[in-house]
Design a protein around this ligand. Sequence first.
Ligand code: HEC
Ligand code: HEC
Ligand code: HEC
Ligand code: HEC
Ligand code: HEC
Ligand code: HEC
Ligand code: HEC
Length: 579
Amino acid sequence: MRSAFRQVVRSLAVFAFPLIALSAPTARGQKEPPPEHSAAHSTPFLVEFRNAAPGVAYVGSKACQECHGDINQSFMKTDMSRAMSLPSKLKELPGLDHPATVKHPKANRYYQVYRRGADFFQSEYELDADGKEVFRDEQKISYIMGSGANGFTCLVRRGDYLFEAPLSYYSRTKEWNLSPGYESTDLSFSRPIEGDCIFCHSGRPQPAEERGGKFKSPPFLELSIGCEICHGPGALHVKERRRAAPLRGNIDRSIVNPSKLPGWLADNICMYCHQGLDARALMPGKGYADFRPGTPLADTLAIFVLPIRRGEPPGDPLLQHFVPKTLSQCYVKSGGRLLCITCHDPHQQPTAREVPAYYRNKCLTCHTEKSCTLPLRARLAKTPPNDCAGCHMAKQSVQQISHSSLTDHRIVARAGEPLPEIAYHMTTPEFPDLVYIDAIPQAAPAPIPPLTVFRAYSQLVQLNSEYAAGFDSALDSLAKAGSDDPAVLTVMGLKLMSADVPRAQATAAEYFARALAAGSPIRRISNCLRRFRCSLARRRTPSPPSSAACKPILTRPGSTVCSRRCTLLSTRMTTHLRR
Ligand code: HEC
Ligand code: HEC
Ligand code: HEC
Ligand code: HEC
Ligand code: HEC
Ligand code: HEC
Ligand code: HEC
């Protein structure tokens, strides 16, 4: 019994789990249990900013220019401010008057990107044996995601949906090539742009749901990352400053200034986008848009990484800036004073030439030249001279992406220095297999709501089957508690369906009915069900259906790709730095 059960869990892990992520009902307005932990909301802060309260309106970055023109000007030169742009950006690249063509390495498929008149397009086509086109699908490029620091990808708008296009631009090699993930599967123009991805990369996106790629019109209220991302909604401040309302005290509480927050709350703002990796799970009833600078990120989102194990290499460096930082002696021995904004002024991006001196000045806010035991003479002999960060913060290549490197934010005296002991003690007794990195620092940590635990495990189990047991117990306890979360209900249905017991099948049907009633879109369920049935059949029958028959329908707008959608993938896509 036990082993049959495990097999179900394992098969779910492979084939059905993506559904959980796909149908997580997190768009606001949908029915949701009330937040299960309210402790977070009563966390005392040193400074409460009035614009962090719900209901304060966003006004857009343009409104700030009027009085903060200089900051605006300098911010517009950063990569962050250019995270999303319109296709006119492609005019920076020469040669698009003639198509750039890429052939799929494994399939008879060709992709092109080119300019026609004022517009830019990508297309996909196939050739028959005589070299004649069998079909061609052409889509106009609507948005560009990525400043181009390492590369960018193109988005197309089809009806109410945004999809990624098959070709991306890679800055290091200065060439167009398949978008990350497309080398193994032909995803055509049907990889939806989902909640997590778009909230990290744009200003104020308007996804209709967290999952599925459907957007309201217009898809963006502000296209790229702007002032209010870090300062919170601006209506209150703009109103008060316009009428020059007197300030009470020396802090203007009408707008968040991250440097006046407790350090961990300031870091929380950056972690919203700069700490990804193993699992990012929304809190019950929350969507990505609910996060307000100045409030704990944990009210909206829990971020988990797998524990570091002795003797094993540390995880993927992509999108990891926070955890390595906390493993630096500079952070530990300064009592956590080393913040992202100790070294980075988000309004200012130093040029490559300015970098060494820029960051040296930041080191020297805590250190002196004498802190370094390597003699100054030896440091000055290097090029660039006395580059503290250059020697103590290694550039690391990202696996599978050879020409690219990111900066290791664990500051060490010498390369190869072992991790500090705390690295191996980051879990809690409640979750010995998870590190909850945005937990609110307090004596008695608030418990993680069961639905969030379930969402986290549903992502983790895709990375590592060791998490199947945790996933399973999270699922069971939610089902027992009568959860009406559509993802929980759907997975319960799938689990029972595979039990091969007539009564279980009937109960499975009930779960599906409830899942649909709770808002799980039937199209997605049926798509995944089909795939799940296929996969079971493939394992059980002597003449299984072909794997093509198990493929979900990919091409209709809105039909969700029911393949491995894992955080890792979206994170890996991230830097798009493949070779
Ligand atoms: C009508 C003029 C005006 C507009 C518009 C305006 N500000 Fe300000 N802002 C000020 C002035 C004046 C100060 C300095 C006095 C103070 O601290 O309030 C200031 C201060 C600030 C501070 C520092 C607050 C502190 O206490 O450290 C931040 C952050 C800020 N503004 C952000 C913004 C953002 C973001 C916007 C756009 C949403 C914006 N401002 C729009 C006039 C304006
Ligand atoms: C947790 C937030 C987060 C998610 C989710 C995420 N990204 Fe990123 N992405 C980033 C950050 C931050 C960077 C900058 C690289 C860095 O510093 O780690 C980046 C870099 C990129 C770049 C390169 C930009 C450049 O100028 O070089 C592209 C392209 C990109 N991401 C696309 C995507 C796509 C497509 C998705 C969704 C499928 C996605 N990302 C998901 C945060 C995220
Ligand atoms: C990625 C986060 C981020 C974005 C985006 C951002 N800021 Fe800031 N801002 C900060 C941080 C952090 C500080 C505190 C800097 C410090 O004092 O070290 C700050 C401080 C400020 C201050 C007060 C201190 C000063 O330098 O005068 C103003 C005013 C301000 N920002 C305006 C803006 C405006 C206007 C924009 C948009 C053009 C903007 N910010 C975009 C993070 C951000
Ligand atoms: C809304 C998501 C988001 C938030 C919040 C955010 N970032 Fe970023 N940041 C990005 C993305 C995306 C990029 C990569 C942009 C690109 O190249 O396309 C980036 C790039 C950067 C870079 C490298 C390029 C540059 O513009 O200097 C630094 C440094 C950085 N961020 C620091 C910070 C710090 C510090 C904070 C917190 C105060 C912060 N970011 C908050 C999304 C975010
Ligand atoms: C917020 C203050 C702060 C900042 C900023 C800071 N450090 Fe440190 N750093 C410390 C403290 C505190 C220690 C521990 C000193 C000790 O043990 O005596 C430390 C230790 C170190 C060590 C020894 C690490 C080890 O593993 O033995 C190095 C190397 C170092 N810092 C380099 C840097 C560099 C380079 C920068 C700038 C890129 C920097 N630090 C910025 C506070 C800081
Ligand atoms: C001790 C100083 C220091 C601190 C603290 C720090 N950074 Fe950095 N960061 C750097 C340096 C140095 C670089 C490399 C700059 C370069 O080479 O252009 C860098 C680069 C980056 C980049 C560009 C991509 C890369 O990895 O090279 C991002 C994004 C970034 N930091 C985000 C963050 C975030 C988010 C935090 C807080 C979790 C943070 N940093 C804390 C010093 C720091
Ligand atoms: C050319 C590379 C290089 C440069 C540049 C450099 N360091 Fe170092 N630093 C080292 C090496 C190597 C050591 C270890 C020396 C040893 O074995 O004692 C070290 C040691 C340190 C330590 C640890 C000292 C201890 O007590 O163990 C600190 C702190 C430090 N450096 C800070 C800095 C700061 C701050 C700067 C910039 C002002 C800087 N370093 C510039 C290579 C460099």
